[in-house]
Design a protein. Structure first.
Length: 270
């Protein structure tokens, strides 16, 4: 990674109590006197980004510059994107998991990006940013975020529970749930898109790929080597070619290049 001494970024593990809601947090800071350009890999879910210091700039796939000075939500984020972290700037990324964003905001599909207060018609996230900005450490900010989230958590919809429990098996999720619940396939499809942010055509492929990403991250977290044939077999890919094709579809990266990206990211300390 470029500017190793100036750029400091790492994942933060989510406490067990919140594992159903968040996959992880990501923190980055620029200790230099000049902006640093970096790539943020997607979590394939909706992200909430907090910026501290000078305005953070996100670059879209169309190279549109999105300037943010406090907080922004994007998603579901399905491809890697570039961002510019200003001198002295800090960034904290909240990665929602499965239907968690819907359970907070009542929607899972966003068109573009927006401030989270616009979803609630309230200024509570601006108030949250002010309290986070006043804290001295990243761990204090994460704790504050988790405590803030408690009152907003809604129960998971039974259909979503079934979809997540079934995973990426060979049977069509929509057909299976439609038969079990005596619902039309269209009704199941609409619920799936509403709660998870993915269409029925996308969901099986997405869940298979997400399972591969989670397996890779688990192996790296425990300092174990990644065996690609194990990933193919465990996650239900037909062959290596299909694995490579899905990596390029979602990330525009080969599996080996994605692995190098992950190995360059420091794990949290303490």
């Amino acid at each position: 990674m470029k500017n190793n001494e100036a750029y400091h970024g790492y994942r933060i593990t989510v406490p067990a109590e919140f594992e159903e809601l968040f996959s992880h947090f990501y923190f980055a800071e620029n200790k230099s006197d000049a902006p640093i350009i970096q790539t943020l890999l997607p979590a394939f879910q909706t992200m909430m980004v907090f910026s501290f210091g000078a305005s953070l700039v996100l670059l879209s796939k169309e190279n549109e510059a999105i300037s943010m000075d406090k907080c922004l939500v994007l998603g579901p984020v399905k491809q890697a994107f570039t961002y510019i972290l200003p001198a002295g700037g800090e960034m904290l990324v909240v990665n929602f998991k499965d239907d968690a964003f819907f359970r907070f905001f009542g929607t899972a599909s966003l068109i573009g990006y927006l401030h989270p207060d616009d979803l609630l018609n309230d200024n509570c996230f601006t108030t949250l940013w002010v309290s986070l900005n006043a804290l001295d450490t990243v761990s204090e900010r994460v704790t504050q975020l988790l405590e803030f989230s408690r009152p907003y958590i809604q129960n998971r919809h039974p259909l979503t529970e079934q979809i997540i429990a079934m995973g990426n098996g060979p049977i069509s999720l929509v057909k299976e749930i439609s038969a079990q619940e005596k619902l039309s396939e269209r009704s199941v499809q609409m619920n799936l898109k509403k709660h998870l942010g993915y269409s029925s055509k996308e969901i099986s492929r997405y869940m298979r790929f997400l399972k591969a990403i989670e397996l890779i991250q688990h192996l790296l977290l425990h300092n174990k080597p990644v065996n690609w044939f194990e990933v193919i077999e465990t996650c239900g890919f037909y062959d290596q070619s299909q694995l490579i094709h899905d990596f390029k579809h979602y990330l525009n990266l080969s599996p080996s290049k994605y692995l190098r990206f992950q190995q360059e990211i420091c794990n949290p300390r303490g």
